[in-house]
Design a protein around this ligand. Structure first.
Ligand code: SAM
Length: 265
């Protein structure tokens, strides 16, 4: 993991050199449309009910044991952690929940998979995107998964299936059992090179031309930057959009020559 100073410097570089967040000067019609109809409107749109739950988690001082899921987890795994510290360090900020909601709504996605449920805040955004969406989400730390399950109950979300276990063990079976391809996949856990490209290689067999796979923390560490470059260079990938804290991967054949954008968000 890069130091906070190094990450701050990288963010500054991204902000200076990234394409304009309003779409000016972007020549890809798909990307221009994405910026105008998905990126821009998502700013400031949050789900108040979910955000109220986030506030409660951020105040929750209860301590739980977090199982060791291997190096690279943002959580200090194999230790006791308070819910508030997990919520503060691991949950994606509201603007990303809102962005994912807009993506799912705009492209009318229905089949959604998340790797890394944590306390279930982003999963709840995914599940409330529209009534027909079906979300599967995987969490390896049992005590954290229990919190997510309670949250889904409290919010009355019946379209989320929570799988508890290690991605490495569960993913092959979940993918094998799935009959429809996934439309939207969010990979937000185990941020290391080998696991990330291993998940990508499996996931790309279970999508379609118009799907999107979102990778979290693509600039978090040297390993994750290498994984991001590996993914960008894959033959199936026609387009990527780097928003610094997440990277979006598209497979649309209308992009005959692969194109890679970095856009302010
Ligand atoms: C950054 S958090 C996910 C945050 C969540 N997506 C959100 O925004 O609300 C990553 C989660 O992935 C889980 N995780 C990390 N490595 C894992 C693995 N190999 N198998 C299963 N879960 C894992 C961690 O326990 C942690 O809860």
């Amino acid at each position: 993991m890069y130091s906070a100073v190094h990450l701050g410097f990288k963010f500054l570089q991204y902000w200076v050199f990234a394409d304009n967040g309003a779409g000016h000067g972007v020549h890809s019609p798909f990307v221009y449309d994405f910026i105008r109809n998905v990126l821009l409107p998502s700013k400031g749109i949050e789900n108040n009910v979910i955000e109220e739950k986030r506030k409660q988690l951020l105040k929750n001082k209860q301590s739980i044991w977090v199982k060791d899921l291997g190096a690279g987890s943002r959580l200090l795994s194999g230790s006791n952690r308070t819910i508030q510290s997990i919520a503060a360090s691991s949950l994606k900020p509201p603007k990303f929940g809102a962005l994912f909601t807009r993506i799912i709504q705009y492209y009318n996605y229905k089949e959604v998979l998340e790797l890394g449920t944590c306390l279930g805040i982003t999963s709840s955004y995914l599940a409330t995107s529209h009534p027909e969406v079906r979300v599967e989400t995987i969490e390896g730390a049992e005590n954290i998964a229990n919190y997510a399950a309670s949250l889904f109950n409290e919010l009355g979300l019946q379209n989320i299936r929570l799988h508890e276990g290690n991605f490495d063990d569960l993913l092959p079976d979940i993918l094998a059992a799935k009959t429809a391809p996934y439309d939207f996949i969010y990979v937000d856990g185990n941020h290391r090179y080998e696991p990330t490209i291993n998940y990508f290689k499996q996931l790309k067999q279970h999508i379609h031309e118009y799907s999107v796979i979102v990778f979290d923390d693509i600039h978090w560490s040297k390993e994750m930057e290498m994984a991001w470059e590996f993914i960008k260079a894959d033959n199936c990938v026609s387009l990527t959009i780097d928003l610094f804290f997440v990277g979006l991967v598209f497979f649309r054949k209308e992009h005959l020559t692969p194109a890679h954008f970095s856009i302010r968000f």
